[in-house]
Design a protein around this ligand. Sequence first.
Ligand SMILES: Cc1ncc(COP(=O)(O)O)c(C=O)c1O
Length: 442
Amino acid sequence: MSNRLNTTPNDLRAFWMPFTANRQFKKEPRLFVGAKDMYYTTHDGRQVLDGTAGLWCVNAGHCRPKITEAIREQAGELDYAPAFQLGHPKAFELANRLVDIAPDGMSHVFYTNSGSESVDTALKIALAYQRVKGEGTRFRLIGRERGYHGINFGGMSVGGIVGNRKMFGTLLTGVDHLPHTHQPAKNAFTKGQPEHGVELADELERIVALHDASTIAAVIVEPVAGSTGVLIPPKGYLQRLREICTKHGILLIFDEVITGFGRLGAPFAAQYFDVKPDIITTAKGLTNGVIPMGAVFVTSEIHDAFMTGPEHLIEFAHGYTYSGNPIASAAGLGTLDTYKEEGLLTRASELAPYWEEQLHSLRDCPNVIDIRNIGLIGAIELQPIAGEPTKRAFNAFLQAYNDGLLIRTTGDIIALSPPLIITRDQIDELFAKLRKVLMNNI
Ligand SMILES: Cc1ncc(COP(=O)(O)O)c(C=O)c1O
């Protein structure tokens, strides 16, 4: 007997969709059936301009030939190789190429399959590093309110989004949180980094005073918080966090799952802000979002601390069946080639001034209470409809989709992060469409 709710092949009910209003979607489906460069094609044959690089991941645009070809070739040559105690050449080649573009001092790469896995891997590396160094009393992890670090237990615990946490019990113990840096009363409509808020980094001193530095392994933050609505670090904030971490022997982890691979106009946010973390988490743009893959970057100091003891023993008891998968590695190489040939890892810095100007031109639209931007990222915060939080932005999302524009919303904030290949004409198209949506009484 079949478990199927319906035998029609295109019935939508069996798939429980992630982070989706399932009932609304299934009443009014939005399916993409094709994509090329900056545009998606919908099931009803319309073109939709991609204002969000998929989910902040398709940095080189869609269906790029080098990446497609690399995947096709690899699938016919070596489809899978065990990831433990065995290897294949492309995983090593990719690691070398990644280290070449990483911030100075990042010398080793640990592969995962997603941003969430990168975060949990980074937290485990931090805890284990403190222990192999003889500082095993450092078991605490410090995250930040409004942080998003994926949805596995580690990332959820250091993350600061109540809706993602409240259903899941006690989460990891020994976690504390810095305050978030969103201060619209002081910083609304700032272009680039806000002037106010550097002192929020000093809250780490308060947390250290409460728990004692000898119990704290690591602090994890997104250099620019993306998923909770684009919270841009105040001037000097990340530098101050770095200073306090160094002073107390605490590792600093930058979660660069969205800022990695050119989003701000440098390969990594660490380079853009000129702040050196000890560990960097990545995923998304690593393979242009095409094949699941993540990578955690560490310094040689961290890596080398594990390389002790008998040589036949595994140094770090962690890894995934698909760590460094051959097809993902090939996709990563094709992606890095595309980024390099087209200068995409720095292109956002050329586009940023025009992007900023066009984004802020929406300031006169109704219900807009803040606009903020950095690199090729923009956010428009809307006044919530009284008693119906999130609805105004969701209405904007639905209307934009119907008008041929993909935006992303979180709460009542519209977030924009187009592929880094966007042209000035397409920036104009994006903001003309968005203006129409915002003027339309959503
Ligand atoms: C900063 C950050 N960390 C982690 C994640 C989780 O990545 P994934 O959805 O690939 O698990 C995301 C996803 O948006 C992210 O923005």
